[in-house]
Design a protein around this ligand. Structure first.
Ligand code: AMP
Length: 197
């Protein structure tokens, strides 16, 4: 591992108690700390967000939270993380989280998680950044989403090359390893291959 110094994790502000998800969160935290990768996340102390931040902190890792002022109370902004960045609004929050990170991991979550995932994915599709995006598909939680992407490809709304931009792995070790080996395609090839211009 050498390219990933900070990874942004998008995940739920709720947690459903699933033991497999709990274990996956712990394993991801262990890998981040072992590989000296800083966690960048939404700054909350609740749900999957809070569990992941606490696991990383307990193992001695670095955690940067990015949260807009109005969510500090609502999501119970985490009081014990290494660094908390407070933004004026959601757009600034998401831009900051993306700017601070070398890649993005998606854990189970709700609308907010999906919105954040698809925003960085569309930015990658448009060539606005060249950072790897990986779904940690715990227990097949995101299988229906990948089935929808396949339907979008078959319906000609999504190019296969763009569908393939997302890593889909159930094992955090494999996912982080693949993300670390992700290499950007030169612009000429990028645009030609993917027929954007
Ligand atoms: P959720 O997956 O809905 O539990 O939300 C996870 C994270 O996404 C939380 O930090 C929320 O603040 C954030 N979030 C929720 N709704 C939105 C939204 N509409 N746009 C962007 N982020 C959101």
């Amino acid at each position: 591992m050498n390219k990933l110094k900070a990874v942004c994790v998008y995940c739920g502000s709720n947690f459903n108690g699933d033991i497999h998800l709990r274990n996956a969160i712990k394993k991801l935290a262990e890998i981040l700390v072992e590989e000296d990768i800083k966690l960048v996340y939404g700054g909350g102390s609740v749900g999957v967000m809070g569990l992941l931040a606490n696991d990383v902190l307990e193992l001695g890792g670095q955690v940067t939270g990015v949260i807009p002022q109005f969510l500090m109370d609502k999501e119970v902004g985490h009081k014990g993380i290494t660094e908390m960045i407070i933004t004026e609004n959601m757009h600034q929050r998401k831009q900051k989280m993306a700017d601070l990170s070398d890649g993005f991991v998606i854990l189970p979550g709700g609308f907010g998680t999906l919105e954040e995932f698809f925003e960085v994915l569309t930015w990658l599709q448009l060539g606005l950044h060249n950072k790897p995006i990986g779904v940690l598909n715990v227990g097949g939680f995101y299988d229906p989403l990948f089935a929808q992407m396949e339907l979008m490809v078959q319906s000609k709304f999504l190019k296969p090359a763009n569908r393939d931009l997302v890593f889909n792995e159930a094992d955090a070790n494999i996912l982080i390893d693949k993300m670390d080996h992700f290499s950007a395609v030169p612009d000429e090839v990028w645009y030609k291959e993917r027929d954007l211009i």
